[in-house]
Design a protein around this ligand. Structure first.
Ligand code: UDP
Ligand code: MG
Length: 329
C-alpha cells in the first residue's frame, strides 16, 4: 500500500454509473489545487451497472485512483469501512458519490485540520432536492437519537467528514457489524469541529437509500448507541402493574359496597389486545438486540473483496512486470 500520501478520499458507490466520472473530475480539480499527494479510494458496493468498469478505466489512466470491488452489496456503512481499511493517507475524507456533498468543502476541512482539529464534519444547514418526507424523518431521527444516547452525536450531519489518521485507525479497529459511522466517530472523541454547507441535489440517478435501508440504519444507530429501548420494557411493566393493582381495589370496592358492578366483554377485549400488542412490541425490541448479538457472535468478516485495483506500489508493479518479461523470454 502506498505510504505517506497526505489525503485519502473514500467514495462508496452503488449503481452510480451516471455520476462517477463527474465526481472524479470535481474531486480531482479540488485535490489538485491542494498541492498535496492524494488518493481516491472508490469502493464498489456490488453495483449491477457499469460503475466498476468506469472506475477501472479511471484506474488505468490515474494511479491515484483505486478500486475496492466487493463480492456483492454489503451496504453503505460497510463500504465506507472498507474504504477506510484501504486508505493510507495522513487524513481521510468520506464523501458520497452523488455530489450531494460538495467536494470543494474538502479544502476548508483541510484548513481546519491544519488548525489542529482531528475530525471536521460537514453540517447540513439546508438540504436541497430531497422530499419533505425524507427531510422530516431525518430531522426527527437525529433528534430522537440524541435524546436516547449518551454519546453526543451532532444533529444534521452525514458521513461527509475529514478525519485524522488516528481517528481512522480507531474506527477501523472497531469491527462491529451494526455500523453507524457518524456515531462511532463521536464516540471516539478527539478534537472535533464542523463546517456548514448546503446539501445539494443528487447530481444524477436516484437515491440508493430506500425507506427500508433508512429504517435499518436507524435501528443500527439506536441499538449500537443506546440500551434505553430495553429499559422501556421494565418501566412500562412496572407502571402497568401498578395501575392494575390499584384498579383491582376499585373493582373489589364496587363489588362489595355498591350496587354498580363493572360489566363489559368489549372493553375486556380492547384492553387485552392493547396489552398483547405492547408485549409483542417489547419482545420485538428484545429481538433487535438479540439478533444483533447473534450476528456479532458469528464473527464473520464485515465484507469480502473480489478485487483491489492500484493498491500496489509503483515499484512493486514494475518489478512484477519485469518478472513477467523475464518469464516471457
Ligand atoms: N451506497 C452504497 N451502498 C448502498 C447504498 C448506497 O455504497 O447499499 C452509496 C451511494 O452510492 C452513495 C452513498 O452511499 O455514494 C449515499 O447514498 P445515497 O446518495 O443514495 O443516499 P441519500 O443521499 O439519498 O441519503
Ligand atoms: Mg445522496
Amino acid at each position: 500500500m502506498q505510504k505517506g500520501c497526505f489525503l485519502s478520499v473514500v467514495v462508496p458507490m452503488y449503481n452510480e454509473e451516471e455520476v462517477i466520472e463527474v465526481t472524479y473530475g470535481r474531486l480531482r480539480s479540488v485535490l489538485d489545487k491542494l498541492g498535496e499527494t492524494y488518493e481516491i479510494v472508490f469502493v464498489n458496493d456490488g453495483s449491477r451497472d457499469r460503475t466498476a468498469d468506469i472506475v477501472r478505466s479511471l484506474c488505468a489512466e490515474d494511479r491515484r485512483v483505486k478500486l475496492v470491488e466487493f463480492s456483492r452489496n454489503f451496504g453503505h456503512q460497510i463500504a465506507v469501512t472498507a474504504g477506510m481499511d484501504h486508505a493510507s493517507g495522513r487524513t481521510v475524507v468520506l464523501i458520497d458519490a452523488d455530489l450531494q456533498d460538495p467536494p470543494e468543502l474538502i479544502a476548508d476541512m483541510v484548513a481546519k485540520w491544519r488548525e489542529g482539529y482531528d475530525v471536521v464534519y460537514g453540517r447540513r444547514i439546508e438540504r436541497k432536492g430531497e422530499s419533505l418526507f425524507k427531510k422530516m424523518t431525518a430531522a426527527a431521527f437525529y433528534r430522537l437519537l440524541r435524546s436516547m444516547t449518551s454519546v453526543n452525536i451532532p444533529v444534521d450531519t452525514g458521513d461527509f467528514r475529514l478525519m485524522d489518521r488516528k481517528v481512522c485507525d480507531a474506527l477501523t479497529s472497531m469491527r462491529e457489524r451494526s455500523r453507524f459511522i457518524r456515531g462511532m466517530v463521536s464516540w471516539a472523541g478527539f478534537k472535533q469541529t464542523s463546517v456548514d454547507y448546503v446539501r445539494d441535489e443528487r447530481f444524477a440517478g436516484e437515491t440508493k437509500y430506500p425507506l427500508k435501508k433508512m429504517i435499518r440504519l436507524s435501528l443500527d444507530a439506536m441499538t449500537s448507541f443506546s440500551t434505553k429501548p430495553l429499559k422501556i420494557a421494565s418501566v412500562l411493566g412496572f407502571v402497568l402493574s401498578a395501575v392494575g393493582f390499584v384498579y383491582l381495589f376499585v373493582v373489589l370496592y364496587q363489588r362489595l359496597f355498591t350496587d354498580t358492578t363493572q360489566q363489559g366483554w368489549t372493553s375486556m377485549i380492547a384492553i387485552s389486545l392493547l396489552f398483547h400488542g405492547i408485549t409483542l412490541m417489547l419482545l420485538g425490541v428484545l429481538g433487535e438486540y438479540i439478533g444483533r448479538t447473534y450476528e456479532e457472535a458469528k464473527g464473520r468478516p464485515l465484507y469480502l473483496v473480489a478485487e483491489a485495483v492500484n493498491f500496489k506500489e509503483e515499484t512493486e508493479v514494475s518489478r512484477e512486470k519485469e518478472a513477467e518479461h523475464a518469464v516471457g523470454k
